[in-house]
Design a protein around this ligand. Structure first.
Ligand code: CP3
Length: 318
C-alpha cells in the first residue's frame, strides 16, 4: 500500500513536476512510478498507481488533492444531494486508468503480477459525505440513522459504478483486485451488518470471476467474521490483531494478507527482521499468506528499511 509514494526520492522528483491528479492521468508516468518500487524493493507484486477517490471525480462532486489530503468540494449530505450525483461511465471518464493498466503491464513485462484496486462503498461514501478525512464520521453515520433509504440508494449507486470500474480494470489486464474499506473499522458490528454487508456482498458477487479479490480494512478486529461473509478470496488485516488469531477467525479456507505495523519500519533493520519473523511464525507454514504491511507506508519511512523488510520476508519464508 502506497508502494509508490513520497518515501521514495524518485516519486518526489516526479511529483515536483506534476500534480497528483495529472500523474494519475498520465499512463506512461503511472507505469514508471508503479514499476520503480518493484525494481528497487524486489517485492513480488506491483500495485497500480491510482487512487480510490478517482471514481468520485466523474460523479461531479469536485475532487481535489490538497496538502492536507483529499477534499470533496461539494459533499453530499441529503437525499437530494444523492439524487443529483452523476453516474460515472468509467470506460469514458476513467479511460486513463485502463490505459495505465495496459502501459504498466507492458512495462512490467511479466516480472510480477499487477494488482488493481478500488475503494469499498462505505469508505467512498465516507469521503463523499464528510468531504474528506474524518475522525468521528458524524455526517456519514447520521445519514444512515436518519435516512436509511437515501443511504442505501447511495451505496447501491456506488456498488454499480465500482463494478463497472473494476470489471473494466480486469478486462484491461489486472491480475488481482484489492478492495479498500480503509475506514470501515469505525462501525459497530450491527451497523456493519445492516448498512454495509449487503452492499459488500453484491459488490463481491459482481466482480468478473477469475481474479482473486483481497478485502482490506483497518481496525477491523470486531468485524472480521462479518467481513468474511462479503465473499472475497483474501482478507487483509492491520497490525492491531495477531495474524494467527485473525486467520482462524476468518477461516483457513480463505487466504490472509498482513500485517506488519508500517511504523515498525522506523525500527532498526535487525528489529524489523525480528518482527517479520514473528509474523511468519504465526503463519505456521500454511499456504495462503500474503506478507504485507497493515496499512500504507508513511512518507517519512527510510527506503533501505523497506528493502530490509522485503529481504527478510524472502529469506525467512524460503
Ligand atoms: O500503493 C500504491 O503504490 C498505489 C497507490 C495508492 C494511492 N492511494 C496513491 C496515493 C493506493 C492503493 C491508494 C488507495 C487509497 N487512497 C486509500 C486506501 C488505502 C489506504 O491507505 O487506506 C485511501 C483511503 C485513499 C485516499 C487518499 N488518497 C488519501 C487518504 C490520501 C492522502 C494520503 C497522504 O498521505 O497524503 C490520498 C493521496 C494519495 N494517494 C497519495 C498517494 C501516493 C499521496 C499524494 C501525493 O503524492 O501528494
Amino acid at each position: 500500500m502506497r508502494q509508490a509514494g513520497r518515501y521514495m526520492q524518485h516519486y518526489r522528483d516526479v511529483r515536483a513536476k506534476v500534480s497528483f491528479l495529472d500523474l494519475c492521468k498520465t499512463p506512461d508516468l503511472v507505469a514508471e512510478v508503479t514499476v520503480t518500487p518493484v525494481e528497487r524493493l524486489n517485492v513480488d507484486a506491483a500495485i497500480l498507481f491510482a487512487d480510490i477517490l478517482l471514481l468520485l471525480e466523474p460523479m461531479g462532486v469536485g475532487l481535489e488533492y490538497a496538502t492536507g489530503g483529499p477534499v470533496i468540494q461539494r459533499p453530499v449530505r441529503t437525499g437530494g444531494d444523492i439524487d443529483a450525483l452523476r453516474d460515472p461511465v468509467p470506460e469514458e471518464s476513467l479511460s486513463y486508468v485502463y490505459a495505465a493498466v495496459r502501459s504498466t503491464r507492458a512495462a512490467l513485462n511479466g516480472r510480477v503480477p499487477l494488482i488493481g484496486f478500488c475503494g469499498a462503498p462505505f469508505t467512498l461514501a465516507s469521503y463523499l459525505i464528510e468531504g474528506g478525512a474524518s475522525r468521528n464520521y458524524i455526517h456519514t453515520k447520521r445519514l444512515y440513522h436518519t435516512d436509511p433509504g437515501a443511504w442505501n440508494a447511495l451505496m447501491e449507486r456506488l456498488v454499480a459504478s465500482t463494478l463497472s470500474y473494476v470489471n473494466a480494470q480486469i478486462d484491461a489486464g489486472i491480475d488481482a483486485l484489492q478492495v479498500f474499506d480503509s475506514w470501515v473499522g469505525c462501525l459497530a458490528p450491527d451497523d456493519y451488518r445492516e448498512y454495509v454487508l449487503p452492499h459488500m456482498r453484491r459488490l463481491m458477487a459482481g466482480v468478473t470471476p477469475g481474479v482473486p479479490v483481497i478485502h482490506f480494512g483497518t481496525g477491523t478486529c470486531g468485524l472480521l467474521e462479518l467481513m468474511r461473509e462479503a465473499g472475497s478470496d483474501v482478507m487483509g488485516v492491520d497490525w492491531r490483531v495477531d495474524l494467527d488469531e485473525a486467520w482462524s477467525r476468518v477461516g483457513h479456507d480463505m487466504a490472509i494478507q498482513g500485517n506488519l505495523d508500517p511504523v515498525a519500519l522506523f525500527a532498526p533493520p535487525a528489529e524489523i527482521r525480528r518482527r517479520v519473523g514473528d509474523i511468519l511464525r504465526r503463519v505456521q507454514g500454511r499456504p495462503g499468506h500474503i506478507f504485507n504491511l497493515g496499512h500504507g507506508i508513511l512518507p517519512e519511512t527510510p527506503v533501505d528499511h523497506v528493502r530490509a523488510m522485503v529481504d527478510a520476508v524472502h529469506e525467512l519464508s524460503a
